[in-house]
Design a protein. Structure first.
Length: 228
């Protein structure tokens, strides 16, 4: 059973907080504000597989949907200085709804007796701090979870068979066991019921015809993965 999510799908700021972001248009439009290309690809995959997509379109600079509320990095420089009461209101209105919906969906799907394959679609900037990222796709997972490790290996092989030109790496450019939505869910669901992946896509391969072809490849890879 496949569950698709996208935590950094947009760069929207609610009207009541726009004054905090006055003059920050370039930052919001950059990779600091969202994951460019992730949501369009996730929508194509969801449509091809006829699955719902749970996404967040508020900017990560308002509140970071892929961090735990105890992580200081959940707040950006624009919101970290707000009074605690206001930050709690932001969590209640803009962070918790997605987190609860995803957790409830995993619980409902796993109750049917099969492992849920959760794919959280993200994108990363091709160059960061002068360093070129040498991958097209990063499969982020927790190597301490046997099922996740085995599925990741099979998934990489499927992707490379479908498109031999793809550069697929494990736990790159980030580590899958770090704080994120899948890490949160691993603490609530055992290996037999849940396997979570952050599917990181290089923004350099997400535009135009190449991006559409990649979306089709990702969708087919998910189908083959579920078919066993």
């Amino acid at each position: 059973m496949l569950l698709l999510t996208c935590e950094h799908g947009g760069r929207r700021i609610p009207a009541e907080y726009r004054t905090l972001f006055r003059g920050a248009e370039k930052v919001l439009a950059s990779h600091r504000g969202w994951d460019p290309g992730a949501l369009p690809l996730a929508r194509i995959v969801a449509k091809r597989l006829r699955l719902p997509l749970l996404d967040v379109e508020w900017s990560r600079l308002l509140v970071e949907a892929n961090r735990a509320p105890t992580n200081r990095r959940i707040w950006s420089s624009y919101t970290a200085g707000l009074p605690r009461s206001e930050r709690l209101q932001i969590l209640d209105k803009y962070w918790w709804p997605h987190r609860r919906e995803v957790e409830e969906r995993v619980a409902a799907l796993s109750a049917r007796g099969r492992r849920v394959l959760h794919v959280a679609v993200h994108s990363f900037t091709p160059v960061l701090d002068g360093q070129v990222r040498d991958a097209d796709i990063g499969l982020l997972y927790d190597p301490r979870r046997p099922a996740e490790r085995a599925i990741a290996r099979r998934w990489k092989a499927i992707l490379e068979e479908l498109d031999p030109s793809l550069r697929v790496r494990f736990n790159y450019p980030y580590h899958g066991a770090a704080d994120g939505l899948p890490t949160w869910l691993r603490k609530r669901f055992p290996d037999a019921r849940y396997a979570g992946y952050e599917f990181e896509l290089n923004q350099a391969v997400l535009s135009g015809a190449r991006g559409k072809a990649l979306a089709a490849t990702v969708a087919i890879s998910c189908q083959r993965l579920l078919a066993g």
